[in-house]
Each structure stands twice: as structure tokens, then as C-alpha cells.
Design a protein around this ligand. Structure first.
Ligand SMILES: CC(C)(COP(=O)(O)OP(=O)(O)OC[C@H]1O[C@@H](n2cnc3c(N)ncnc32)[C@H](O)[C@@H]1OP(=O)(O)O)[C@@H](O)C(=O)NCCC(=O)NCCS
Length: 160
């Protein structure tokens, strides 16, 4: 199976916060943001493994400040590391204020996706990922530590 570079599967998704995305205070619904995070991450994972990628886990997600009606939400999703049948995808959420052009970091999320065969519905081995830049290498290293932490919490086991 051919190894793939991180940049091959990276996704940048842009959304505009519309009235139907907001709560009664006019701020983006947390659930809507979680949906966008899940979709952008699923696209990156599917691009990496070229099959269906299902969400197995989402790590802690914190909402530090409200995102307002009319803001632009930019989601940058990147496969941090591929394991056996699973991948960790990181999503960085940035907010752009259309009136000032100011861009701020809103939050980041880590999700685990598992590659599944379209026909048999069985889990499939994923290609290795090749980190190239310093940031990609740092995320690659940190992804292993996070995997060990999350699997010890959910399964009570340490896998490498
Ligand atoms: C994710 C799923 C395919 C895993 O199937 P499974 O039979 O438990 O598979 P395994 O135990 O062999 O684990 C497969 C991989 O998933 C990883 N995994 C399973 N549960 C996990 C969890 N909670 N967190 C992180 N990774 C997990 C395992 O570590 C393994 O990774 P590896 O192959 O890279 O080592 C299965 O649980 C499933 O279909 N879940 C529902 C997915 C879904 O519908 N998502 C949408 C949410 S509504």
C-alpha cells in the first residue's frame, strides 16, 4: 500500500454563519460547528484512505468564545497520523470577521476515523502517512501520545 503525504488529503472548508445556524442570541450553535468539524475531518480521512471513513471518536471539544451571525468559519482538516485501520485527524477552526477582516483561532479538535470497506463493511488497513513540514512532524509525534491516552481511557489498553 502506497504511503501518502499529508498535503494530499488536507481539506479547507469555508462556511458562512446564517440565521438558521444560530441560537436565540445570534451565536453559532455548538452542534452545527461539531457537524462542520466532523464533515471536514471525514473528508480528509476519506481522501487519505480512498474509501469510507467513519467517526470512531471525538476528543474533548471546548467552545472558548461565541461565533456570531455573519462570521466566516474556516475549517482546516489534516490527517495527523495513520495507524492500522484508524487515523487521527486534527481540525483547526478559524473565524473571520467579514467587517474587519480579522482572523482568530476559535478552537481545535482531534477526531479518530476508521476506514471501512464499501461492500463488506469491514475495517480496512489505511496507507501510512508521510509528515513533511515541522508542524506535520510535531502533530505526527503528538498523535501517538493522544492515541495511547484515548485508548487507555476507552479500552483500558495501550496500543502503539
Ligand atoms: C469505529 C468502528 C468501525 C470500529 O470497529 P471495531 O470492530 O470496534 O474495530 P476494532 O476494535 O478492530 O478497531 C478498529 C480501529 O478503531 C480504533 N478505535 C475503535 N474504537 C475507538 C475509540 N473509541 N477511539 C479511538 N479509536 C478507536 C481501534 O484502535 C482500531 O484502530 P487501529 O486499527 O488503527 O489500531 C465501529 O465501532 C463502528 O462502526 N462504530 C460506529 C461508527 C459510526 O457510525 N460513526 C458515526 C457516529 S454516529
Amino acid at each position: 500500500m502506497t504511503s501518502k503525504k499529508v498535503k494530499v488529503s488536507q481539506v479547507e472548508m469555508i462556511e458562512l454563519v446564517l440565521p438558521n445556524d444560530t441560537n436565540i442570541l445570534g451565536n453559532l450553535l455548538g452542534g452545527r460547528l461539531m457537524h462542520w468539524i466532523d464533515i471536514s475531518a471525514a473528508l480528509a480521512a476519506a481522501r487519505h484512505c480512498n474509501t469510507v471513513a467513519v467517526t470512531a471518536a471525538v476528543d474533548n471539544l471546548n467552545f472558548h468564545k461565541p461565533i456570531h451571525l455573519g462570521n466566516i468559519v474556516r475549517l482546516k482538516a489534516s490527517v495527523n497520523r495513520a495507524f492500522n485501520t484508524s487515523m487521527e485527524v486534527g481540525v483547526r477552526v478559524e473565524i473571520e470577521d467579514i467587517t474587519t477582516g480579522e482572523v482568530t483561532h476559535s478552537n481545535s479538535a482531534y477526531l479518530t476515523f476508521v476506514s471501512v470497506d464499501f461492500v463488506t463493511k469491514k475495517t480496512m488497513k489505511v496507507p501510512e502517512i508521510i509528515p513533511e513540514t515541522d508542524d506535520e512532524k510535531r502533530r505526527f509525534d503528538q498523535a501517538l501520545k493522544r492515541r495511547q491516552q484515548r485508548l487507555s481511557e476507552t479500552h483500558g489498553i495501550i496500543q502503539s
